[in-house]
Design a binder for this molecule. Sequence first.
Ligand code: PLP
Length: 380
Amino acid sequence: MNFDIQKYSHVKTPFYWYDLDLLENTLKQVKDESKRYGYHVHYAVKANANERILQLIRSYGFGADCVSGNEVQASINAGFESKKVVFAGVGKSDDEIRLGLQNDIFCFNVESIPELQVLNELAGEMEKQAAVALRINPNVNASTHHYITTGLEENKFGINMWEMEDVLQALENLPNVKLIGLHFHIGSQITDLQSFKGLCVRVNEIQQWFFARHIIVDHLNMGGGLGINYTDPEKELIPDFASYFQVFHDFLAVRPKQTVHFELGRALVAQCGNLITKVLYIKKGVQTNFAIVDAGMTELIRPALYQAVHKIENLTSIMPEAKYDVVGPICESSDFFAKARMLPETQRGDFLAIRSAGAYGQVMSSEYNLRTKAVAYYSK
Ligand SMILES: *Cc1c(COP(=O)(O)O)cnc(C)c1O
């Protein structure tokens, strides 16, 4: 980690620190590896909506994948072309839909018949035609934590294939929406590429179903979900984008004029972000010692929310290791960053880095316990 602790020794903790060189190297890789096959990449803004980060990602020519009206607005403010903005989400409000229509965004990813009807009505009022992709639930298991799997029939996301005849019927009577694509997203933090192969095979079957009804859409959106290495970030600071895109190249059947789109969030930004925190107290426990730090679930909720693992580094101590529960100050038992973790002997005042916190970290922060929101610093 390229962090100069001296430079920040008098800065109020906790704070986020982003390594923008690493982010740029990551973006270069994604760009090169996706360009090889003519694939389009939209950045999933929900992973990290910092203005600096959005602008940098935009400067590499990527589109934006948004899940709220405010994300659509933030993307446009950061300079993303509206023709590269996609708007997904199972519960878009009327105002959010109108915002997307006003900006003539590339596509609405639609998740139900009632949503198609509302979109048709609002587009009609504005004398526009909304471009839509149907988010289809492919019923593929992503082998990830059950809170972040989204492609199963039991999840709230997407349209199931057994409803599809009704959807096509509905579309016939909706002149202000135009079907341009099919959209899939099976979950997040997927590290086994076999899951993506499974998705390709299923999408090929689904496309056959549409071909049989004389429908060939222009765009296939394969979603995001590529995972990163949380336990040993240094080993894989940049995810293996070459192998990821290769799977789709090898297994996805694409018609001559179809374009293929991806919506990567975590894989682009997770490794460039770190939560820097100071140790307040060491408290002796029965099995382990508690290192009580000044960051908590209000700054990084992933361990509490998804049982997520983050590597923790003591940036100050070079002592022999001992075992610690690293916990925050919030009044919740789930407010911890690690249990029984080996760290160099740790004292009050030591700086710790909680690694791989660039995705779903700062964006999920809250003011619970009336905490002040942590600010961000950048490597340049
Ligand atoms: C969250 C989300 C993504 C991005 O997921 P990552 O795991 O961060 O790549 C992409 N598409 C949709 C529809 C999402 O909800």
